[in-house]
Design a protein around this ligand. Structure first.
Ligand code: ATP
Ligand code: MG
Length: 502
């Protein structure tokens, strides 16, 4: 097995003049050009004192240069640490304090603010911009560094912070072996090759945009059509000259709003992937009807890279995330004991394989508590494996509602509510309740102009659900709070309505 950086060099040598990045409105960047920039960045990082194992933290806008900086970090044996561009002030202080990077790379607009954080142990530079503190200027003046620092498959390559959906973000330490093996498993499963042309519109501080989409392209010598924002009409326009789209569910919701989406405009595409949050079954069906393409949904997380995928050949089922990737084992267990459950029962999803991270950065106790003795990692998600062998996710164990002593899986209630005419989508949460412990509560987004009220929603599902699962209250909102990856922020909802039953 080769590291991602070694595979990148092989891609450069095989296709020096081919575009790695095609940027609408800007010049392409070829594999050979990217290599020169990577080697210049490698020289700058070494000059800044980056030693093997040192963290290089990066909080920049999405750019091809940021990918080159990632590859340069791997070349010098550093540990790449991308940060969500939404983080500011106290959050940045927390991440920098926690990760103690040798170098922190920011945007030109935030350079002055972050320079105040510079210390003997940490250099602060901006990626773009001109003049003092500009990494691009330093790179232009540097002599490219050709050699790379040898790293083993068990050495850390990156620290990626989790999205913070269920609490404070944790730094997941991923090794070269984690990244390389997961990339290989995905290439095989999705038949991805150097001939593919990927529409890349995802952010690159998250596992999806960086360790799925970008790594798969870099190691095969494929071309990425590089977008810094997602515009439905623009993306449909690009499909004539592309083969694959990797997206989050909100991309598909937006594509369905584009009049240009149809069989003709998607005829050249061979694969549409969705992940990072549940794809609405309704969008899955509508997309297939409009385009003839069944979206392939996959499941994974920061700590494990990707775990399961719907099949490339064979049925891609709405509401299911498919089977384990090659080389990866999954099982469903009783959360408290880890006892494997019979097929069909709902329990904790656990995973074991070369994709599973080394541990949480500087959290040995937290790490130990999330692994079973036999090496399975407890994902924190609940699911069931059906008779068809497909995994279905029913929610997160932290979102489980316990009402009157009974377990209520929000997804089950949400699916029924979502099927009511006039409902766009819903989120079911548990709120502190004086008699029940937690009261099942539905937050519903109605279609514009739909005449729905609390009683109508409850009446529509009352015959289909045991009484203890039925919402005690139904509230209507215009939209659900989501982060950039399209994940519904249930913690925010629980906070907003904390006093509903008190
Ligand atoms: P934190 O761990 O900090 O609370 P997070 O779990 O949202 O945040 P990520 O690692 O970015 O951080 O997200 C992984 C989670 O996203 C998975 O555990 C799962 O809950 C959800 N997820 C990913 N893909 C899918 C999918 N296809 N369907 C449903 N949920 C998904
Ligand atoms: Mg998580």
């Amino acid at each position: 097995m080769q590291t991602i950086h070694q595979s990148f060099i092989a891609s450069v040598e095989a296709n020096p003049g081919k575009a790695l990045f095609e940027r609408p409105g800007q010049p392409d960047i070829t594999y050979a050009e990217a290599r020169v920039l990577v080697e210049r960045f490698a020289a700058v990082l070494t000059g800044a004192g980056v030693q093997p194992g040192d963290r290089v933290a990066v909080q920049t806008d999405k750019s091809a240069e940021a990918i080159c900086l990632y590859l340069a970090t791997l070349q010098v044996g550093g540990v790449y640490l991308p940060l969500n561009t939404a983080y500011t002030g106290a959050e940045i202080d927390y991440f920098l304090g926690d990760a103690a990077p040798r170098v922190f790379v920011c945007t030109p607009a935030t350079l002055t603010e972050h320079k105040a954080r510079e210390s003997d142990g940490m250099r602060v530079e901006s990626l773009g911009g001109k003049g003092e503190g500009s990494l691009m200027d330093l790179a232009a003046a540097a002599t490219p560094r050709k050699d790379s620092v040898a790293r083993g498959m068990d050495d850390p390559a990156a620290i990626l912070y989790t999205s913070g959906t269920t609490g404070r973000s944790k730094g997941a330490v991923l090794t070269h072996g984690n990244l390389a093996s997961n990339t290989a498993a995905l290439l095989e499963s999705w038949r991805y090759t150097g001939d593919d042309r990927l529409i890349h519109a995802l952010p690159i501080f998250h596992t999806h945009g960086l360790f799925v989409a970008a790594n798969m392209s870099i190691v095969t010598g494929a071309t990425m059509i590089w977008l810094t924002k997602f515009d439905g009409d623009e993306v449909v326009g690009l499909m004539a000259n592309a083969t694959v789209l990797m997206g989050v569910p909100t991309f598909y919701t937006r594509l369905l709003k584009s009049d240009r989406l149809g069989r003709d405009t998607t005829a050249g595409m061979r694969l549409f992937v969705s992940g990072s949050a549940p794809l609405l079954a309704e969008d899955h069906r509508a997309f297939e009807e409009r385009t003839g393409h069944a979206i392939l949904e996959r499941y994974g997380m920061t700590e494990t890279c990707m775990i399961t995928t719907n099949p490339y050949d064979g049925a891609r089922k709405p509401g299911a995330v498919g089977m384990a990737l090659p080389g990866i084992e999954i099982r469903v267990t009783e959360r408290e004991t880890g006892r494997p459950l019979p097929q069909g029962e709902i329990g904790a999803i656990e995973v074991r394989g070369p994709n599973v991270f080394q541990g949480y950065w500087q959290m040995p106790e937290k790490t130990a508590s999330e692994f079973r003795k036999d090496g399975f990692f407890i994902t924190g998600d609940l699911g069931q494996i059906g008779e068809d062998g497909y995994l279905r996710i029913v929610g997160r164990d932290k979102d489980l509602v316990i009402s009157g002593g009974y377990n209520v899986y929000p997804k089950e209630v949400e699916s029924l509510i979502d099927d009511i005419p006039g409902v766009v989508e819903s989120a079911v949460i548990g709120l502190a309740h004086p008699d029940l412990g937690e009261g099942v509560t539905a937050i519903v987004v109605p279609q514009k102009g739909a005449s729905l009220d609390e009683r109508a929603v409850i009446a529509a599902i009352t015959d289909k659900l045991a009484r203890y699962k039925q919402p005690k209250r139904v509230l209507f909102v215009e939209e659900l709070p989501r982060n950039v990856m399209g994940k519904v922020q249930k913690a925010e909802l629980r906070k907003s309505y904390a006093d509903l039953y008190r």
